[in-house]
Design a protein around this ligand. Structure first.
Ligand SMILES: *Cc1c(COP(=O)(O)O)cnc(C)c1O
Length: 393
């Protein structure tokens, strides 16, 4: 088929040409004597993305899920009590992972469309006078529903009762796209991956750990070999790795950090907000709404568009792929069919973000949705024109 396939799923995301070129390098010796000149600044610059001065970044040849596993396995022990909440496919998978690790999981079930129940967390933590809860988990951006949560609020809930539990954050679809502040919010573990905000192929499981989290490895008794932080620390400190690193992805990550630095991290966040706002303007013009239950839950990286009663949102995805060579994302599990998702994170600009709106609109019209052709595109165009920015300024 001529032309390109347009992919607007919430990860993997579009890989910019600069990153693609940076990855496309000769195979290299991972023990080359000058490699530390490359790796040491790379790890230092990763800390800027997490907004941490005192934390440490680990990069594993894995995906985000490997990052989760590493965060848990190096800090907690069998039977540790942890407080979690599930409100979508990914937050539920994290609960499942902790259960399989043999943790004593208290999982709050939250209505899909809302996020981390900060007030309920506060009550539970307040009542936990003996500090039996060892860790509190929060998914900053639930990719399945397009819901963002208040991580600073979770920190406040912990501080309000001087609770010493570790704070774990899933930042796989938010880090480098939505504001995240490791030190300021007192986050102990943040997990991310390469194929979302970092605009890389899948293959890096990224973890940022606070000093407090690092100290926990002294007494954590969960088994680990591949994900053992001690092996990473010993070798990373010298600029090397405990086993063969995916050098081409690390070269790509270097270029990703260069691009983010050139644009400015705060500008990256503002751009994501603008792209998301354009999508939300289109959804409103269609007479529809996001699954996210109100603006306080809106995600700036993905929008799950709730379809009208009697329609199957996943049919929109299949139809758009089949007839218009466009990849949107299906809705999963509890909301399967009730929505389709548009990913608007990573390497994204005005005309790019109009594409999934355009294609979804055509697909919905074909499928008999009660929408006016062009209405969503026009609303997004209006929003983008009204907020336009001089690229040369
Ligand atoms: C994508 C994603 C994951 C899983 O990451 P993988 O890289 O697929 O292992 C976990 N949590 C969230 C919020 C995600 O968006």
């Amino acid at each position: 088929m001529p032309g390109r396939n347009f992919m607007f799923i919430p990860g993997p995301t579009t890989i910019p040409r600069r990153i693609q070129n940076a990855i496309n390098v000769e195979q290299e010796d991972m023990r080359a004597m000058d490699l530390p000149e490359f790796t040491k600044p790379l790890y230092e610059d990763m800390k800027k993305i997490f907004k941490t001065k005192t934390g440490r970044v680990f990069i594993f040849p894995a995906s985000g899920t490997g990052g989760w596993e590493s965060a848990v396995a190096n800090t907690l022990s069998k039977g540790d009590k942890v407080l979690m909440s599930g409100f979508g496919h990914f937050s539920n998978l994290w609960i499942d992972l902790c259960q399989r690790w043999g943790l004593d999981v208290q999982a709050l079930e939250v209505e899909w469309g809302k996020g981390v129940p900060v007030e309920e967390y506060a009550k539970i933590l307040e009542a936990d006078k003996n500090h039996e809860i060892k860790a509190v988990f929060a998914t900053q951006n639930e990719t399945a529903t397009g819901v963002a949560s208040d991580i600073a609020g979770v920190r406040k809930a912990l501080d309000a009762c001087n609770h010493p539990a570790l704070l774990f954050v899933d930042g796989v679809s938010s880090v480098a796209s939505i504001d995240f502040r490791m030190d300021e919010w007192g986050v102990d573990l943040c997990v991310s991956g390469s194929q979302k905000g970092f605009m890389l192929p899948t293959g890096l499981g990224i973890v940022c750990a606070s000093e407090k989290a690092l100290a926990c490895r002294e007494h954590s008794d969960l088994p680990k070999t591949f994900f053992d932080w001690n092996d990473q620390i010993k070798t990373n400190d010298l600029g090397f790795f405990p086993y063969t690193p995916p050098m081409n992805l690390l070269r790509g990550l270097r270029e990703s950090l260069n691009m983010i630095e050139e644009e400015g991290l705060e500008n990256v966040f503002a751009r994501h907000n603008r792209m998301a706002s354009a999508v939300r303007a289109a959804v409103e013009a269609w007479g529809m709404r996001p699954i996210a239950d109100g603006p306080e839950w809106y995600s700036d990286t993905v929008t799950a568009v709730k379809v009208p009663e009697g329609f199957d949102g996943n049919e929109v995805v299949r139809h758009a792929y089949r007839y218009y060579n466009l990849a949107l994302s299906i809705s999963l599990a509890k909301i399967a069919g009730q929505a389709f998702r548009i990913g608007h994170l990573g390497d994204m600009n005005e005309l790019m973000v109009l594409t999934p709106i355009n294609g979804a609109e055509m697909a919905m019209k074909d499928l008999g949705y009660p929408i006016e052709l062009g209405s969503g595109v026009a609303a997004a165009q209006e929003y983008l024109r009204n907020t336009k920015q001089d690229r040369l300024a």
